[in-house]
Design a protein around this ligand. Structure first.
Ligand code: MG
Ligand code: MG
Length: 272
């Protein structure tokens, strides 16, 4: 059952989403060769708690940490560890926070130092596909329209679109209806109406779409061990249009990147 949110609830969800955004901004400042994912995990937990929230993933389905940290060929759900990151790595970092009874949940794939052009392209296309999908989250469209758009965009670039893991509705629980696959057919699935809040999150592989699960019960990697990227935003449907609740602006501020990619999806300018 899809839980429709009031405008007041959407504002609370924006607060939770922005705590995650700020946390990912702190990560962006700290990420460099030599840092371990466990150190970044502790940093994130402190940042979330400093904002009066609690880590959304810690203990959820018994996940042991604050962040899901998935380097290189890991797709999602990687567990932080004490292996130092190396120049040329990429790492997908997914973060959740719970405040006022509502979750924020989004993700960004970071480059560690200098990465090769081919991998840089994967990150760029995956992030672009996120906005291609968000654009389709509008009144009278359906779940399949978002999935179709993301799938087409990524497959046209020759990439593999993961099938087994999907985006989701978001609210007072981390995973609500509807499921939001990154593949699909136009005009299929649940219809979008005002008050829906979803996490749209393409998980895109450089090579095969196929994945495997590790013995730890969590980590998912690509079957061919080629790199995978993951970008996620929280989006509400307001007045028939997609309204971004999360932002990558804190990450861009930390990394010195200029971008207006979020502007079409924000009613009011974001004040950092
Ligand atoms: Mg997430
Ligand atoms: Mg999610």
């Amino acid at each position: 059952m899809i839980k429709i949110k009031t405008l007041e609830e959407i504002e609370l969800m924006r607060e939770s989403a922005l705590i995650v955004s700020k946390t990912l901004g702190e990560i962006a400042k700290a990420i460099k060769p030599g840092v371990t994912s466990l150190e970044l995990d502790k940093l994130a937990e402190t940042c979330i708690r400093d904002h009066g929230a609690i880590p959304g993933f810690l203990g959820l389905y018994d996940f042991p940490n604050t962040l899901c940290m998935s380097p290189n060929s890991q797709v999602v759900h990687g567990i932080p560890n004490s292996t130092p990151l190396e120049n040329g790595d990429i790492i997908s970092i997914d973060c959740g926070a719970l405040k006022n009874g509502f979750y924020g949940d989004h993700a960004y794939t970071f480059a560690v130092g200098e990465i090769d052009k081919e991998t840089e392209k994967l990150l760029q296309v995956t992030k672009e596909s996120l906005y291609v999908g968000i654009k389709e989250f509008k009144a009278n469209n359906r779940v399949g329209d978002v999935g179709y758009a993301i799938q087409k965009y990524c497959e046209d670039h020759g990439y593999g679109v993961v099938r087994e893991l999907v985006g989701h509705g978001l609210g007072s629980t981390m995973h609500e209806d509807p499921e939001m696959p990154n593949y699909g057919k136009r005009g299929r699935g649940k219809k979008f109406v005002d008050g829906m809040v979803v996490a749209i999150e393409p998980m895109i592989n450089m090579g095969t779409q196929r994945i495997k699960q590790h013995k730890d019960g969590w980590t998912i990697t690509t079957k061919d061990n080629k790199p995978s990227a993951h970008f996620e935003h929280d989006v509400a449907l307001v007045n028939g249009k997609p309204e971004l609740l999360s932002t990558f602006a804190y990450i861009y501020e930390a990394l010195g990147i200029k971008s207006n990619e979020e502007d079409p999806f924000r009613e009011k300018p974001l004040v950092l």
